[in-house]
Design a protein around this ligand. Structure first.
Ligand SMILES: Cc1cc2nc3c(=O)[nH]c(=O)nc-3n(C[C@H](O)[C@H](O)[C@H](O)COP(=O)(O)OP(=O)(O)OC[C@H]3O[C@@H](n4cnc5c(N)ncnc54)[C@H](O)[C@@H]3O)c2cc1C
Length: 246
């Protein structure tokens, strides 16, 4: 991929939760935007005169499929200039320039261990891309446990789709932690009150070498999960991979 910047047009926008929207960008021109599941792009948004102050990074939420359509799952941050622009100004037909896919948050070519994906909120985006990539391309893998945290039931992102993947991928396990919900509804997957931490602490209390943890989200969650708890549990830092959002 020779080009550094690409032009795109917003072709679809959908509410995914009360504070989260999915955006689909169709890339212009003939060149295919190649990326690895888990990578992100940097959007150049017209929110400042200074170039670097206009840049906001977002994980690509769909799997690579050569369609030149990129999907993003973005949460509105109160007072955030990029997300306020995306939520209030961007419409179907809006042009958005973005820098070519980047980042090292992608799975190894040979998946030789069980995988645990831990995320909160829109931190699900790179894992959605990885799961569909594994499924669509029949990439050999072992067990996968997706652990997702949000506050309330209406914040569970891509729920129907992940339920569908659970049927397609018997080796996939899905757990959701709701931090601000006491009465849990009946679900097809494991649902708990509280944060994500007790879930992986319960399922992976016995330290194993054949598991890798992939973590994505906002810094507090990452710090708590990676630096403290997983290492305290006895896991080696080489078994822990993460993408930091802010
Ligand atoms: C590799 C990577 C991938 C990412 N992927 C995603 C993704 O897939 N989905 C996603 O939703 N996010 C993602 N992010 C986060 C994203 O890049 C932005 O940081 C996020 O959307 C916030 O941008 P913003 O411009 O709205 O907030 P900013 O304007 O940058 O503000 C950041 C914070 O400061 C606060 N703030 C801003 N102005 C004020 C003010 N005047 N007073 C008080 N507080 C203020 C905001 O509330 C916000 O919490 C990713 C980040 C990285 C680094």
């Amino acid at each position: 991929m020779a080009k550094k910047w690409f032009e795109s047009t917003v072709i679809k926008i959908k509410n995914e939760s009360p504070t989260t929207k999915r955006f689909w960008l169709q890339v212009g021109g003939d060149e295919i935007v190649d990326f690895k599941a888990g990578q992100f792009v940097t959007l150049d948004l017209p929110i400042s005169d200074k170039r670097t102050k206009r840049w906001r990074s977002y994980s690509i939420a769909n799997a690579p499929d050569q369609s030149n359509i990129l999907e993003f799952c973005i949460v509105l941050l109160e007072g955030g200039s990029g997300t306020t622009y995306l939520f209030e100004e961007v419409k179907i037909g809006t042009s958005i320039k973005f820098k070519k896919p980047a980042g090292g948050f992608y799975l190894p070519e040979n998946i030789e261990t069980d995988l645990v994906f831990i995320c909160t909120g829109t931190g699900l985006a790179p894992f959605r891309s990885m799961l569909w990539d594994i499924y669509n391309n029949k990439i050999p893998h072992k067990n996968i446990h997706l652990i997702f945290g949000t506050r309330t039931e209406d914040g569970i992102l891509y729920e129907k789709e992940i339920e569908d993947l659970l049927e397609k991928m018997p080796e996939l396990k899905y757990s959701v932690a709701l931090s601000r919900t006491k009465n849990l509804p009946e679900k097809k997957y494991e649902l708990a009150t509280g944060y994500v931490h007790p879930i992986y602490q319960k399922h992976f209390s016995e330290v194993r070498n054949d598991v890798n943890f992939w973590i994505c989200g906002w810094s507090h969650m990452i710090d708590e999960a990676v630096a403290k708890l997983l290492k305290e549990m006895g896991y080696d830092k080489r078994q822990i991979h993460y993408e930091l959002y802010g």
